[in-house]
Design a protein around this ligand. Structure first.
Ligand SMILES: Nc1ncnc2c1ncn2[C@@H]1O[C@H](COP(=O)(O)OP(=O)(O)OP(=O)(O)O)[C@@H](O)[C@H]1O
Ligand SMILES: [Mg+2]
Length: 426
């Protein structure tokens, strides 16, 4: 009688499990799966894949079950499977024990899984056992996933891996971003230092706080006009810290996976968590813009709420930071904005900075020549300056080919002529 008090009806059990389990995305072959409780021919059943489970972790599973279900016996055992059967509270009462909850662990190659079934409603303690078991199995699976980068790639998400970049000689560091010294200093202080020296940051906090907490940033926003170097800076941070950068283009996720966007975003965060340390770079975060009260589309709303939840989870992981980029900070949802510890502003380059950027794209010119050009490139972003230099070089190279001349760099005059024309709107 006491037991039936804790009995949970099928629909309630189903919704509890659904709610709790959907927090974790099981990623199998790049697919998202969420186990579900089903009722079939009087049997209530739930099963989930457990590729990370092995014989030694099986022992942990038994302890978890034991924690919630006092008595059980081995129903059947084989090299490929193990079935446990819960006993009645009165061990001498063997009536109907086959109707009690059963846990099966199957180890067939390629389909390691856990199946849980019962001939009647589950008890509260049994639901708790299922939840804890699932969480344990889920963690083991995460450990066994070898390559989060592969899964992300399959989802169409790029991962910039600094180690790979180093091998290919494609490292990006602060030297690749010309000018912007104060932005670099801010980034060094707020992101690079804490990521590279977590212990020292923690030790300082331990000496200052009554209740030591984490003082490292969880999320930082890069704000600035298009083409001012936000993405390049994120890659530089990844290289300086030797941490992979998971590139998440919010705009294209929203348009590409309409309806599935929130699920995909959630899965991307879960995959990124599988790296020991990672940077998530949320580009064009303003695609989620529109204040919540603006009557946003349902899909955008769901996406935003998933993002808020995932940002909280990801930020708690040591060695991982989310970077966001926007050129419309004023349009961001206030709850989203509040998740960012700090916003770093990338201004359009001033005259001196334009010259500094030119020093990277026109190395054959001297300072005074570069200053003459920069005077003609007002309000030019780094990208526009680079595009301008590309254009001048192409124009010059075409002329060399036409005149069968040997390679040489474009002269100052060509830069000035092109800049003058651009300025006059040609
Ligand atoms: N300060 C700079 N020094 C050298 N190159 C720069 C600088 N700023 C921008 N660039 C160049 O301009 C191009 C665009 O930069 P990037 O993609 O990082 O800009 P962004 O701010 O992310 O732009 P968007 O908002 O459009 O995404 C890159 O090729 C980058 O190398
Ligand atoms: Mg960018």
């Amino acid at each position: 009688m006491a037991e039936s008090l804790n009995e949970i009806d099928y629909l309630t059990a189903k919704s509890i499990l659904q709610r709790e389990l959907s927090e974790h995305n099981l990623i199998k072959n790049g697919q998202l799966t969420c186990p579900e409780l089903v009722r079939d021919k009087g049997e209530t059943r739930i099963e989930f894949p457990a590729p990370g489970l092995n014989r030694s972790s099986l022992y942990e599973c038994l302890l978890i079950i034991k924690n919630h279900i006092e008595y059980f016996r081995i129903h059947s055992i084989d090299s490929n499977f193990l079935t446990l059967q819960a006993l009645n509270n009165n061990l001498f009462d063997t009536q109907n024990i086959t109707k009690n909850i059963k846990f099966r662990f199957l180890f067939y190659s390629g389909s390691t899984k856990v199946e849980i079934s019962k001939q009647s409603n589950y008890l509260e303690s049994e639901i708790l056992a299922i939840l804890e078991l699932f969480q344990y199995v889920f963690r083991e699976d995460q450990k066994s996933e070898i390559n989060p980068k592969e899964i992300l790639n399959r989802l169409g998400i790029e991962v910039f891996d600094p180690l790979e970049a180093e091998i290919k000689g494609k490292i990006i560091d602060f030297d690749h971003i010309f000018g912007y010294e104060s932005v670099k200093n801010e980034i060094l202080e707020t992101i690079v230092m804490p990521l590279k020296n977590p212990d020292i940051f923690n030790q300082v906090t331990n000496l200052t706080r009554k209740f030591p907490t984490n003082n490292r940033p969880r999320a930082i926003l890069f704000e600035g006009e298009p083409g001012v170097g936000k993405t390049t800076m994120a890659k530089a941070v990844a290289c300086l810290c030797k941490i992979p950068l998971v590139y998440v283009p919010i705009e294209s996720i929203m348009s590409k996976y309409y309806g599935e966007s929130a699920k995909n975003l959630s899965m991307i965060f879960d995959c990124a968590q599988l790296f020991p340390e990672a940077l998530i770079f949320l580009d064009e975060i303003d695609s989620l813009a529109g204040k919540r009260e603006d009557g946003m589309f349902e899909a955008t709303k769901t996406m935003l709420s998933v993002l808020l939840r995932k940002l909280d989870g990801f930020g708690g992981k040591p060695g991982s930071i989310t970077l966001g980029a926007t050129n419309r900070k004023q349009d961001l949802d206030s709850a989203l904005l509040s998740r960012f510890d700090k916003s770093i502003y990338f201004p359009l380059p001033n005259l001196e900075e334009v010259s500094a950027i030119l020093s990277g794209y026109a190395i054959h010119l001297n300072d005074s020549e570069r200053n003459q050009i920069s005077a003609l490139l007002p309000e030019y972003s780094g990208r526009k300056i680079k595009d301008f230099c590309d254009y001048v070089e192409r124009k010059w190279a075409t002329g060399l080919i036409e005149k069968s001349l040997p390679p040489s760099p474009p002269p100052l005059k060509l830069y000035l002529d092109v800049a003058e024309k651009e300025k006059n709107g040609f």
